[in-house]
Design a protein around this ligand. Sequence first.
Ligand SMILES: *Cc1c(COP(=O)(O)O)cnc(C)c1O
Length: 228
Amino acid sequence: MSTVEHNYQTVCQRLHQACAECQRDPAQVKLLAVSKTKPASMVEQCYQLGQRSFGENYLQDALDKITALQHLTDIEWHFIGPIQSNKTRAIAENCHWVETVSRHKIAQRLNDQRPTSLPPLNVLLQINISEEEQKAGILLNELDELARQIHDLPRLTLRGLMCIPEHTDSEKRLAEQFQRMQQAFINLQQGYDQVDTLSMGMSSDMALAIQYGSTQVRIGTDIFGARH
Ligand SMILES: *Cc1c(COP(=O)(O)O)cnc(C)c1O
């Protein structure tokens, strides 16, 4: 068995185990394989194991792989990195999802640049749930307004929320942040029918995120190995 195959099976098992421990249906928790900095050949290997959704942080790195893997017609690309204005066109033209929207101006550009030949672009709003100053994302008190603005853009579909919690060993602090996300997600779902995605949980905190209602975990290291 290759390393990716072994790692992938282990992550899938851990995901199932984490769901079992909190009586959740594993079909309700999607696995996003975060392939940033890893070669297209590794993505294809993972695809052959049945994985379909991949996350990328860096635009050029993403575009190289999207081009190389065009023959995999049902692959799904999620952009999960910081978005600069001059990158929105390529993202709108090449990705299925963007998980890091936190400004109306960026959303407007993605909307305007989304090709009419493609379905609307799926959008998650990034929440700075730990309220750290240098961190990307909006504060929860800015959520209602940005959600309303994005809901009004016809070429975008607001699907939910994403967060990167504080980098800490404290499970208590992580749990508090995940719980606030869960509540914000439930509130948002009450206002918008298409909202179905709470993207939280990475290699180190997947099980805890699932306990707090995550519907999508983003796993890089534990599938593809450490990044250099
Ligand atoms: C890199 C990255 C991940 C994956 O993190 P791992 O710890 O390697 O699993 C998830 N989400 C975002 C936004 C990332 O940038």
